[in-house]
Write a protein that binds this ligand. Sequence first.
Ligand code: ADP
Ligand code: MG
Length: 342
Amino acid sequence: MIESVNLTKYYPPPIKSLFDLKSLRDFLGKPREKIPALIDLNFKGREGEIFGLLGPNGAGKTTFCKIANALVIPTRGNLYINGYDSVKEHDKIKGKIFTIFGGDRDLFGLFQWRVSVEKNLKFIAELWGIPKVEAEKRINYALELLNLKDKKNEWYQKLSAGMRQKVYLALSLIIQPEVLILDEPTVYLDVFTKREIWDVILELSKEFGTTIILTTHNLNEAEALCDRVLFFNKRKIAEGKPKELIEKFQALKAERKLLIKVKGDVKTKDFDGIAERINVYIQNGLTYLELYIKRNNLKDIFSVLTNYNVVDIQNETVTLEDVFTHICSFDSCVNSKVEEKS
Ligand SMILES: Nc1ncnc2c1ncn2[C@@H]1O[C@H](COP(=O)(O)OP(=O)(O)O)[C@@H](O)[C@H]1O
Ligand SMILES: [Mg+2]
């Protein structure tokens, strides 16, 4: 179980140079503007569920994961893991929680570069106190599941980023932590590796009942894996089951999304008052128009479109990505820079 209670983190502002008078004065006590990373974040991740923390770049995802590992101290508020404060009582949860930072970042320096994958895994299993025979069983199972069997004698250094990420994930099958925190686990990975990693995450949840916190800005990933998600950008924006959030959005904001390909320019003004929201972008010489409309608006839309050279119209389903961009674009936190003075 994981509970975030008013979790807040402001980072100190960067100090440019102590040799210029203004920076020195700021450093010596003038109120300084701090960088908000998390503001009063409240949520509960239940036992055995995959809980998604969804936020754009800079939303505070990695800060959250670092607080869970006592690598960063919150400014105020608490993060409880299995009832223990992640920072003040870290020794009580050590060993029960495991975190994988995405993008090939072995933040804890667990892996020896010039040592084989298998030896690395055996060594780390030993560190976690897993008996030898059991460790061997788990290592074989993990390597099999992640299609890494042929890499077991390879030096860790020689693995690609995707393979390293898989080896890291293999550790969670070996250690079998109660709480697993995955910080953008598939960032930069190709679609095949991504799928393998998704399968293992689902396996961990199903087979071992692991409580999983998954941060991502990949909405498809959240939709495919998470039981519940929380949209946030420093502050909480919305929380619920992925499907519920989509339905809420469909009911409240738009019932249909049309993707229209047009030759020539588009005047978004033409759609004022008849489209809920418009995105326009140019690709391969065509203008793509994404229109979010109410069902009963179709007639008005088509009458405007008669003035355009329309190449194609597609009726698309509203995805979680649409919900996410929509609510993020209206959230005041998106552009929040500075909120608190020291
Ligand atoms: N060590 C740090 N010092 C100062 N600011 C930081 C530091 N780490 C992160 N930040 C800032 O905190 C905010 C949240 O960052 P982060 O948690 O890395 O977001 P995310 O992982 O969602 O992209 C960003 O504005 C980022 O620039
Ligand atoms: Mg991050």
